[in-house]
Design a protein around this ligand. Structure first.
Ligand SMILES: O=C(CO)[C@@H](O)[C@@H](O)COP(=O)(O)O
Length: 230
């Protein structure tokens, strides 16, 4: 995908963040890896710009050391983090960051989101991991994301006291993971709330069943052509 098409796609995906209730005001951001030349680069949201004011042309191009290459706009606060992830996880083509409420509530409790639903096994291959607290603005968050998600099946991580980061081979797949992690975070919370209110209990899925569900969803579910669905 060339720059122009990638800019248009990145702008379109940013508009899905408020549309899916994943962000408030200017929180959240999405980036796309740009496979240019030897060093490559990335496109990322300009910092502090409201979603209705974003434009494809306004996406900021940086190298993978987070140095701005072609914009008068300041890049996202998380640019160094996104760049760190791209440098250390070559399979990642897109990254999404949100403060979606239910997943962020689990992050405030510094707890993994336990795997009690088949939908979690499908998309995340088990619990959604909670990483440690990291300050904003540098590579700390990126280093925690890489530490936890390297060789991990989940495309999502929640970070203590902060929010959600998701990765994917494309920005669209990273966005899907961000939508799904908020969905399961809400349902799991409701399940525990209902259990507490009724004296019931919530069971986590058997690891062998999680493996089977994840394998089916990853390798069988949906359409086999890459252009349709999923
Ligand atoms: O949580 C953070 C940084 O991690 C927010 O500042 C972030 O969601 C939005 O910042 P940007 O507008 O991308 O600079």
């Amino acid at each position: 995908m060339n720059h122009a098409a990638l800019r248009t796609e990145l702008h379109r995906l940013h508009l899905e963040l408020p549309k899916n209730g994943l962000v408030t005001w200017t929180s959240g951001n999405i980036s796309a890896r740009v496979p240019d030349g030897d060093t490559g680069g990335m496109l990322i949201k300009p910092s502090g710009v409201t979603f209705e004011d974003l434009t494809p042309e306004g996406m900021v191009l940086t190298d993978l050391e987070a140095r701005v290459l072609d914009s008068d706009l300041s890049p996202s606060s998380d640019t160094a983090t996104h760049a760190y992830i791209y440098r250390h996880m070559p399979q990642v083509g897109g990254i999404v960051h949100t403060h979606s409420p239910y997943a962020t509530a689990w992050a405030a409790n510094a707890r993994d989101i336990p795997c009690i639903l088949t939908a979690q096994a499908d998309e995340f291959g088990g619990p959604v991991p909670c990483g440690g607290f990291a300050l904003i603005g540098g590579e700390e968050i990126g280093a925690e994301v890489v530490r936890v998600l390297t060789n991990h099946r989940s495309p999502a991580i929640i970070l203590k006291s902060h929010g959600v980061f998701t990765i994917g081979p494309t920005p669209a797949k990273a966005l899907k993971a961000a939508v799904m992690v908020e969905d399961v975070a809400r349902t799991v919370f409701l399940a525990y709330q209902l259990a507490a209110a009724t004296g019931g209990s919530v069971a986590t899925l058997d690891p062998a069943d999680i493996d089977k569900l994840y394998d089916r969803y990853t390798n069988v579910y949906g359409q086999r052509t890459s252009e349709v669905g999923k």
